[in-house]
Ligand binder design. Structure first.
Ligand code: GLN
Length: 235
């Protein structure tokens, strides 16, 4: 299981997801506290954020452990946005370790990360193509295809999760998607926490020991927009 985190709210830095909190994604890459599958997330990392100069997010992905990138700290300090995503990766056995297999995956204004695993045969029929042979890249492609058709996030995510789980009952499908002004996440086999305040902070496991982190129950969809947060079961 990889670990991912996202923010939607008043502008803040990427460092606030990775470096500043006691259990940010940097410490979570080598000492995750709640990870059930795998013990370190050393197979790559990726970050994404939105800049007012363009609708597409800016992305930076590497296939090396996050703690070995000496340039990331400065980038993360100045990359500020009202919508942020970051992920660290523990590659599933058999999956390639390369940048194109590393979240966040992107299409247009969308960013997507996946915690979990799924048999590729369960997803390939739903996806038009994939930038990598990685299962998560195929899943991303299946979600993006529906978003490109204009399907709302609230429909596209449960639809893809349900179909993938039906074709592969052992699949773990925690997805996280950002669109600049909205954010959505699914729980299907792994943990997810939300912290609500001035904005919405989402993470596979809490980034710090502050009170207020709420566990999102399994098999649910979390939708966040500037208007608030909604959690509904995925049937
Ligand atoms: N299956 C995905 C990969 O190989 C995600 C792995 C994970 O969540 N650890 O990258």
């Amino acid at each position: 299981m990889c670990r991912h985190a996202a923010w939607l709210g008043p502008s803040r830095s990427l460092a606030s997801l990775i470096f500043e909190p006691e259990y940010g994604l940097l410490p979570q890459s080598y000492a995750p506290r709640m990870q059930r599958f795998g013990s370190v997330n050393a197979d790559g990392f990726g970050v994404g954020w939105y800049d007012p100069s363009r609708p597409e997010p800016v992305r930076y992905r590497r296939s090396i452990p996050i703690w070995t990138d000496a340039n990331l700290r400065a980038i993360a300090d100045v990359a500020r946005s009202s919508c942020l995503m970051a992920a660290v990766r523990s590659a599933t056995v058999g999956m390639p370790v390369e940048e194109s297999a590393t979240a966040p995956f992107a299409d247009g204004s969308w960013l997507l990360s996946h915690n979990g695993r799924v048999r590729r045969e369960a997803v390939v029929p739903m996806a038009p193509g994939s930038e990598s042979a990685c299962d998560s890249a195929w899943l991303a492609s299946a979600v993006f295809a529906r978003l490109r058709e204009g399907m709302p996030l609230a429909q596209a995510l449960p639809l893809v999760v349900r179909a993938a789980a039906e074709a592969d009952p052992g699949a773990r499908l925690n997805l996280l998607v950002c669109g600049g002004a909205e954010l959505a996440a699914t729980t299907w086999g792994d943990t997810l926490f939300a912290h609500l305040g001035q904005g919405v902070l989402i993470a596979s496991e809490p980034l710090d020991d502050r009170s207020g982190w709420q566990a999102v129950p399994d098999r649910n969809l979390l939708l966040a927009s500037p208007d608030g947060v909604l959690v509904t079961p995925i049937h």
